[in-house]
Design a protein around this ligand. Structure first.
Ligand SMILES: [Zn+2]
Length: 176
């Protein structure tokens, strides 16, 4: 916890206290508990001819590393809508979601900056892939030729789950 943390309600200083089974930040003035939560993100493994679309990051953290396209959700946004928006922004592709692959907890750069990542499988509806915001390059990878310089732990986990699904070891969840 940062030593200069203050309460967003009253401006009082936050203290580390053991509350509800774990260390939490509690306001020394108004007593409010400041819960830490992961930021929700949505990503898509866009599949075409058995290959998955990955993007090379043109922003920090992990500038230059390969990543599954996606991003942070807006406050009111459902992951299924947010991921379609993010993929269009990053790749120019209009996609259709085909299944829910998995949900992964990860960190974004800093150790304590947690993300909750909803990963979908998707297919291309229209558009030509072109690198757009935050992305310098796009490429399609077969399951056996995935790049080794992936940005995030959740990239490795989701791609491993995709490989398992391709081998028939588990079935991604149908979307209702
Ligand atoms: Zn307070």
């Amino acid at each position: 916890m940062s030593r200069d943390a203050f309460c967003s309600c009253c401006g009082g200083s936050l203290k580390q206290r053991y509350v509800e089974g774990r260390e939490r930040q509690v306001c020394s003035r108004c007593g409010r508990i400041h819960y830490k939560n992961a930021k929700p993100c949505a990503c898509a493994l866009v599949i075409r001819d058995g290959r998955v679309l990955l993007v090379r990051r043109a922003i920090e953290p992990f500038y230059g590393y390969w990543d599954i396209p996606g991003g942070f959700l807006e406050a009111e946004e459902h992951p299924a809508a947010g991921v379609v928006r993010e993929i269009e922004e990053e790749t120019g592709l209009c996609i259709r979601l085909t299944a829910l692959l998995g949900i992964y907890v990860d960190t974004y750069g800093a150790e304590d900056e947690y993300t909750l990542n909803v990963h979908y499988l998707a297919e291309v509806v229209s558009g030509e892939p072109r690198p757009a915001s935050d992305v310098s390059e796009l490429a399609w990878f077969a399951p056996h030729e995935l790049p080794l310089d992936l940005a995030f732990r959740s990239d490795y986990q989701a791609l491993e789950d995709w490989q398992r699904a391709m081998r028939g070891e588990f079935t991604p969840m149908a979307l209702t």
